[in-house]
Design a protein. Structure first.
Length: 288
């Protein structure tokens, strides 16, 4: 005798959700990274969260410059630099200028598990003792050159943004409307604002400046957008065309009625039309 078959669906495990994700947990004892839910579930760009998770998993001392991150990710410089700026503005990432061996100024990058406002102060690197530095190999005592992007972000000669021309700041921050790739940081705007102010002082209008900075840009911006804009602003300001006055129109003569033939004609002071004056010989006498 055959066993009875049932068409009823199989009952789900007790406590399992009927929709959505179901986690299959594995207890990891090595090669894992702890990330706060506030960062992993942060609303916004997935690239930003991915960059944050990758940096969190790296050991101390690993380069995290834009060039190093671009070698790991398939995204380009624009998305990577945008992700770093978002993490820096949110307090997860901090760039700090410090004096290294030999008096070299370099930038150290600190990454916080929680935003820097509630995190403890990161430890400062210990300076080697003079005797230890003297006995160390030459490769360890050579001055270290800061990363290109760090050196550009920590220029002490950059004027504060509060002192920049408001019109220049408005022009620079509006460039992303004309080209979505031209997203500038506060430091970039502060560096470029004086040059834009010189163009404004020379009489170049905001629309002309926007066209000069956004027209015929390369398809791929391999460098920071601020560098391309700085190069274009280094050229002399565009000449402002001198407005040409429209040609003056001749005055409209009033209508008059000819005393000889009652025909209407235009004239400044004559009382007879041209034909009547020619028939009476007035034009000939006037010419003589």
């Amino acid at each position: 005798m055959a066993e009875p078959q049932s068409n009823a669906p199989t009952r789900a495990d007790a406590g399992a959700p009927t929709s959505g994700v179901i986690h299959v947990r594995t207890r990891l004892t090595a090669d894992f990274t702890v990330i706060a839910n506030a960062l992993a579930q942060r609303r916004g760009s997935a690239v930003t969260i991915g960059v944050a998770a990758y940096i969190s998993s790296l050991p101390d001392g690993t380069p995290v410059s834009i060039a190093a991150l671009c070698e790991h990710f398939t995204e380009g410089e624009i998305l990577i630099s945008r992700a770093l700026r978002e993490l820096e503005s949110a307090g997860y990432l901090e760039r700090r200028r410090e004096r290294g061996p030999g008096g070299t100024i370099r930038t150290r990058t600190y990454f916080y598990d929680v935003p820097s406002e509630g995190a403890p102060t990161p430890p400062r690197p210990r300076r080697p003792r003079p005797s230890a530095a003297k006995d160390a190999p030459a490769a360890h005592t050579a001055p270290q050159t800061p990363e290109p992007e760090a050196a550009a972000d920590t220029d002490p000669t950059t004027p504060p943004l509060a002192e920049a021309d408001e019109r220049a700041v408005a022009i620079l921050t509006s460039l992303r409307i004309a080209d979505s790739r031209l997203i500038l940081s506060r430091r970039d705007v502060a560096e470029l604002a004086p040059a834009v102010g010189q163009w404004l002082a020379a009489g170049v209008g905001p629309a002309q400046i926007t066209r000069a900075l956004t027209t015929r840009l390369p398809d791929r911006l391999l460098t920071r957008p601020a560098r391309i804009l700085a190069f274009r602003l280094s050229e002399p300001p565009l000449p402002v065309p001198t407005p040409v006055a429209p040609p003056s129109t001749p005055p409209v003569l009033p209508w008059r009625t000819c005393d000889g033939c009652d025909r209407a004609f235009r004239s400044a002071n004559d009382s007879r039309c041209r034909d009547c004056r020619a028939a009476s010989g007035e034009d000939l006498r006037t010419a003589c």
